[in-house]
Ligand binder design. Structure first.
Ligand code: HEM
Length: 208
């Protein structure tokens, strides 16, 4: 069946009777690939998810995080004495997990998060509700996924240590860097002291 408009397809067919099928096939494959990639990666985060992230950044000092690197990933606990903050954190982790499990990306302008998306399906993430917050056990099924998971754990630790100052920072990929706190490749919005979601220049505006 032709997927090209009839006049276009029939003129191509007349000129190149065999080649036209190849052209049509190629266009179909490209269109399907494009639609798939848009469906997988597009879609901004909900305002609610972004609001939760902003609140977490704003209250970063109220969290205590402990990360232990394991042979195949890491274990981490993140807790707060404030039950509201603990609830916020649990909500955030659920929202992010849901998004990734649906095949969507998160913060894809940040190389480390684009890399997380690429390797997420090669990870196993177990989240357990504990007193004051959550425990995460993350393992990678490939050597790359292990490094990416560990890089992500360091980035979250950086978010908690630095709060909003870390929000617009691009983080190096696990491949590229032995990142320590994930502060490499800083490229923040120059004139954004707090997240101004209305600023056109804000890379986090869409939350994708
Ligand atoms: C732009 C900001 C942020 C983004 C895009 C983001 C994204 C993510 C993603 C994608 C996950 C993985 C979920 C999963 O594997 O199922 C995650 C987990 C987590 N996030 Fe965030 N996050 C952000 C900020 C924060 C902040 C500010 C905090 C804490 C104050 C935080 C704490 C956590 C914790 C504790 C986990 C569970 C994994 C672990 O403990 O290592 N995140 N986040």
């Amino acid at each position: 069946m032709s997927t090209l408009p009839k006049p276009v397809f029939s003129s191509i067919s007349k000129l190149y009777p065999v080649g036209s099928r190849i052209v049509q096939g190629t266009i179909t494959v490209l269109a399907v690939t494009l639609i798939h990639s848009l469906a997988v990666h597009a879609g901004p985060m909900s305002a609610d998810s972004r609001g939760v992230i902003h609140e977490l950044f704003a209250s970063h000092e109220g969290f205590t995080r402990n990360v232990e690197t394991t042979a195949d990933g890491y274990r981490a606990t993140t807790v707060s004495k404030d039950p509201e903050k603990a609830a916020l954190l649990r909500k955030h982790v659920e929202q992010m997990g849901q998004r990734l499990h649906q095949g969507m990306s998160v913060r894809r302008w940040d190389p480390a998060f684009a890399e997380l998306r690429e390797h997420y399906d090669d990870m196993t993430v177990e989240i357990e509700k504990i007193d004051g917050g959550i425990a995460a056990i993350v393992t990678g099924k490939t050597p790359e996924a292990i490094l990416v998971a560990q890089n992500h754990a360091r980035i979250i630790s950086g978010f908690i240590a630095n709060g909003s100052a870390q929000m617009h920072v691009r983080h190096a990929t696990a491949k590229k860097a032995e990142t320590k706190t994930g502060t490499a490749d800083k490229e923040a919005c120059a004139d954004c002291n707090q997240c101004n979601e209305d600023a056109e220049s804000c890379p986090a505006k869409s939350g994708e």
